[in-house]
Design a protein around this ligand. Sequence first.
Ligand code: HEC
Ligand code: HEC
Length: 339
Amino acid sequence: MLTQVGAVRAGALLPAIALFAVLSTVSTAADAQRVQRLGKEVVDAVCGGCHVPGKDGAPRIGDTAAWAPRASQGLTALTSNAITGIRKMPAHGGSPGVSDIEIQRAIVYMVNQSGGNWVEPLSASPAAARTSEAIVQAQCAKCHQPGKDGAPKIGDRAAWTPRMGKGLDRLVASAVHGHGGMPSRGAMPDLSREDIRGAILYMFNYGLPPVPTPPPVAAADPHHKVVDGMDVYLGMMRADALRAAQARDVPRGKGYYHLNISLADNKTQTPVGDAQVTVRVSDGMSTQTKALNPVAANNAVSWGNYFRFASGNVYNIRTEIKRPGATDAVVANFEYREP
Ligand code: HEC
Ligand code: HEC
């Protein structure tokens, strides 16, 4: 049942008309941080330009062999490559207004269209209760409403656009450090980088027609857990797809998957790379326990290994994460049934 969750969710929710609205706006004015565009929309608007035709060697959407080895690097590695850019892949897909979480969702969407079985991550932090709107009203508006000391005004796109042109990441960094009349973190030291990013997008988008809000995602995301301040993402890729991509040492037989765990700090969303990960997969009748092998990609690490999910039963995937210096391992449990 889990197979197409990402794709179905992305495909079914928004009518085609909404996609046009999304194309012309960067994100909703109502709440840039909470209402994240779904993966498919980001792909249609930004990534598809290269990833549909396979421009400059971009892995084509639907090309299982091209995506499988990349997908086996895990979500955090792929995300960080897409954020910083890799070879001919421009940073943020060349669109600085696309947030990190939107990039993750776009990647999950493309992977799922290409033989993968991942679930789109939800909004980054559970602390997003503090909405971008609330942050701006409470703090940034003090200067950015009147345009005090040359602060770019809320919703004044002529003032914001050239600054946005530096790239959203650099703007976030600039607001975190502060300069001139702009105090560090807008003089609200407990704001996270994600908070600041949301506040900037809110000020940039203010006044644009709102994009229809996707209905809330009912169930908890089955491939994403937050434990001990860490995001734990489970990725599953059929072994057949990796064999087709000529990966080495792929086990033969029915029901084999390459299971991938990637980790990120929940607050800062920086990839976690210093863990040892052990996974126990059990359907109550047979149990497989393996240490996962680190899979290095440019600036992130994830962990993977092959497991068999052949019985048709629901498997419990118990993931044990040990970080240096920590006395106790962190445990995340997932469930999976061969679709
Ligand atoms: C201007 C063309 C272009 C656009 C637009 C673009 N990409 Fe890419 N992308 C590429 C190319 C080229 C590669 C292959 C880079 C390589 O591995 O040499 C690539 C590779 C990737 C990879 C694999 C990275 C890896 O580590 O192997 C991911 C993930 C990715 N793109 C995500 C995205 C997302 C998400 C978007 C939209 C937000 C996007 N791309 C938009 C050209 C593009
Ligand atoms: C005390 C007044 C003040 C407050 C409060 C304030 N800002 Fe600013 N901000 C400024 C001024 C002045 C500038 C223009 C600085 C310049 O470029 O010379 C600015 C510029 C910026 C820029 C552009 C930076 C760049 O490199 O171009 C960003 C982004 C920004 N503010 C974000 C925020 C956010 C987000 C908040 C709320 C969390 C906030 N600011 C709160 C005064 C303020």
